[in-house]
Design a protein around this ligand. Structure first.
Ligand code: SAH
Length: 356
């Protein structure tokens, strides 16, 4: 039955592992343990969450962090984000969803949290035969949470924000723009709640403009800028593809352009469309830069490998007729650990280049 625990064996009856089963899914069994004597029960989840927390503490991500990063933490299809005393969870597969109360109990026991919220309003749940839902898994609380990151303050709307409300995976990358934005005119596209742009203003940019297609994101970004008493920063609602094209025709120029678009595809069939999208947006970004300016560019599409992303950037530079030098190339923060045998665990590419 879907959601039940099942053991898997090789053809010659050697134990492979124990996991949960869903005959409706393309992945029949997702493994929870390779240890035959380990039972899957409430204690199992408590111990796994303890391990997850110990790891985050060791690598230095405690106040806000991705506490559980699914497969990479041997808890397939479970996401838990910690925003100081609040927790947001996603159980995307049926076999994980049936353990939701065990997970909530474990969080309560380990953290005595001020609140837990479920963001299971994700379409893939329907493929597993589950409804899309969101709501409290604790007593209700004000779902607009205030967090600190790199000495700055941000509101996180765990109820209506995108995904779990905030992109924790970029927390180190936001810090890495510190030197290049000093005294610069900065344009940030796909700004969401303004995190990169607010960092830029804080690190001494002369002027910052952030754009996003979502009006509510722009509203939140503006509030976040006010929260940090920043004056040299503005946000605007617009389609980045159209606006960047128009502005490069008008020959507007910036010292730093930052791009952080959403994933362009989740399936191999449309990979080529994603490649074209990245090339287009990065080409536009480069054209908007003064000689010696910097392009800060991200890709969270996991089917676009780091090598492919670098190739796309080279193609864009060639078409823009600009020479580029790589300043920095990194990935998501260490609270989203990478397991090299699990492809989807390395999904974020974060690149800074100098554009001559
Ligand atoms: N940089 C942000 C995360 C960006 S998420 C951070 O670190 O928090 C991607 C954002 O792109 C979303 O806010 C989404 O609303 C926006 N977006 C999607 N398509 C867009 C488009 N065509 N033009 C402008 N913004 C777009």
């Amino acid at each position: 039955m879907g959601g039940e625990i099942a053991d898997t064996y090789t053809h010659d009856r050697k134990f492979i592992g124990r996991g949960y089963i869903n005959p409706k899914s393309q992945i029949l069994v997702r493994l929870l343990t390779r240890n035959q004597s380990q039972q899957i029960n409430e204690d199992f989840f408590l111990n796994r969450l303890k391990d997850c927390w110990a790891y985050r503490q060791k690598v230095g991500y405690t106040e806000n962090c991705r506490l559980v990063f699914g497969e990479a933490d041997s808890l397939p299809q479970l996401i838990v984000d910690k925003f100081n005393d609040y927790f947001v969870i996603q159980t995307v597969a049926l076999g994980m969803d049936v353990w939701k109360s065990a997970i909530v109990n474990a969080i309560n026991q380990l953290f005595r949290p001020r609140g837990i919220y479920e963001r299971n309003d994700v379409p893939v749940r329907e493929l597993e035969g589950m409804p899309q839902i969101k709501g409290f898994l604790s007593a209700p609380f004000d779902t607009k949470i205030l967090i600190n990151e790199n000495g700055l303050k941000f509101y996180v709307d765990v109820e209506n924000g995108q995904k779990t409300g905030y992109f924790l995976d970029q927390q180190d990358n936001r810090r890495s723009i510190q030197h290049i934005v000093k005294g610069a005119e900065v344009l940030g596209a796909f700004t969401y709640t303004g995190t990169f742009e607010i960092h830029a203003a804080h690190y001494g940019a002369k002027k910052v403009l952030g754009i996003d297609i979502s009006e509510s994101a722009v509203r939140q970004a503006t509030q976040n800028a006010e929260l940090n008493n920043l004056k040299n920063i503005q946000f605007q609602t617009a389609n980045a593809f159209d606006l960047l094209k128009q502005w490069s025709k008008e020959e507007r120029k910036y010292d730093v352009v930052m791009l952080d678009p959403p994933a362009f595809t989740k399936s191999r069939e449309t990979l080529q469309k994603a490649v074209t999208g990245y090339k287009e947006i990065n080409l536009r970004g480069m054209k908007l830069l003064r000689p010696g300016g910097f392009l800060v560019t991200s890709s969270c599409t996991n089917l676009v490998s780091p090598e492919l992303f670098l190739e796309i950037i080279e193609m864009a530079a060639k078409d823009a007729r600009r020479k580029i030098r790589r300043v920095l190339f990194q990935t998501q923060s260490a609270d989203h650990p990478i397991v090299s045998t699990i492809e989807a665990t390395q999904y974020l590419k974060f690149l800074i280049i100098e554009v001559q």
